[in-house]
Ligand binder design. Structure first.
Ligand code: 13P
Ligand code: SF4
Length: 314
């Protein structure tokens, strides 16, 4: 569980005033610090955030998330200024999938359709036929004819889970999320023993031996909605602990337990997501930087498979 100091109300008012002045909208992922979630206009999972970025009539999008998310917003809304409070907010999945190695991976598997998880750079999206998020990966794979070979990148844990859900054989890129790989199985068993009636709910980026223990698996938004509608009154939550803030707000009478990392470390908090702070958010609205920029040729190539995903998941 991460600890955050209470933001001063003056700062929240300053951010609101800057937001009006800039005609900006603040989009935030569930893994952001609580105080950032509290000033956001919209909080969502990757799919919902890309839909919002495509539909907003704001002139400026402040993307409180990681680089690939802000980049996706820019791909979808090229005429808007897209700001990312900390430009170093990367992602282990996106950073470990280089365009050259990916091109080689594709060349090694000719005749395959390429489905890439949205957690990748524009250069990887541009080499893909279809993008997916954790909430629609099963449906995206099912949209491809049965006999067609599929390359799936860059998250092998999500890919493994999709294989089990669809019965399809996917050729997986060997990437993983450093956060979802860190959860301790021993800590899960300890929490299950202490709270035997709690449901274990998990994000599909977790390793398969943990997913095998889960009562429910889904994207961050699906985990949140399940925690609201389930008859269970307590939950062990196997994903980044930022999501607990919205879960506790939506169901204050229910109990939510985050799972620590190996050796009880707090490395279950995404170090990239947590680079964004309220100070950096205020600063980017003041200075209109750092902004995301993309070459038009690359943007258009990356846009095609995202558009296809949005059409297929409508
Ligand atoms: P979703 O919000 O799509 O579930 O993805 C989680 C994630 O890891 C984002 O980096
Ligand atoms: Fe990337 Fe994992 Fe952080 Fe999501 S939680 S941004 S997949 S490193």
């Amino acid at each position: 569980m991460f600890v955050s100091s209470a933001p001063c109300s003056n700062q929240i008012q300053r951010i609101a005033a800057l937001k009006d002045q800039r005609k900006a909208v603040i989009l935030a992922h569930y893994y952001q610090e609580e105080e950032i979630q509290d000033v956001a206009d919209f909080i969502g999972d990757s799919l919902e955030l890309s839909r919002k970025a495509a539909a907003t009539d704001a002139e400026v999008i402040v993307f409180c998330g990681v680089h690939f998310m802000a980049e996706t917003a820019k791909i979808l809304s090229p005429n808007k200024t897209v700001l990312l409070p900390d430009l170093n907010a990367g992602c282990s999945l996106a950073d470990a999938c280089s365009p050259d190695e990916f091109a080689q991976f594709r060349a090694d598997h000719p005749g395959h359709v390429v489905i890439s998880y949205i957690n990748c750079s524009a250069a990887i999206k541009a080499q893909s036929d279809l993008i997916c998020t954790s909430s629609n990966a099963v449906a995206m794979v099912k949209s491809i004819p049965e006999e067609q070979g599929i390359l799936f990148a860059p998250d092998q844990n999500l890919g493994n889970w999709v294989q089990k859900q669809t019965g399809r054989k996917l050729v997986l890129w060997p990437g993983s999320c450093i956060v979802h790989e860190t959860f301790s199985e021993a800590a899960v068993f300890k929490l299950k023993a202490a709270h035997p009636k709690a449901e274990l709910i998990a994000h599909p980026e977790c390793q398969s031996h943990l997913l095998d223990l889960a009562d429910f698996i889904g994207s961050t938004s699906k985990l949140l909605s399940h925690s609201k509608t389930s008859t269970a009154s307590s939950f062990i939550v196997l994903t980044e602990p930022g999501i607990l803030h919205q879960m506790r707000k939506a169901a204050p009478h229910k109990e939510f337990y985050g799972v620590p990392g190996l050796d009880g470390c707090s490395c279950n908090a995404c170090p990239y997501m947590r680079l964004n702070t309220l100070d950096k958010l205020e600063n980017c609205l003041k200075t209109m930087a750092p902004a995301i920029n993309l070459e038009e040729v690359l943007r258009l190539r990356a846009l095609a498979p995202i558009k296809k995903m949005l059409e297929l998941s409508n």
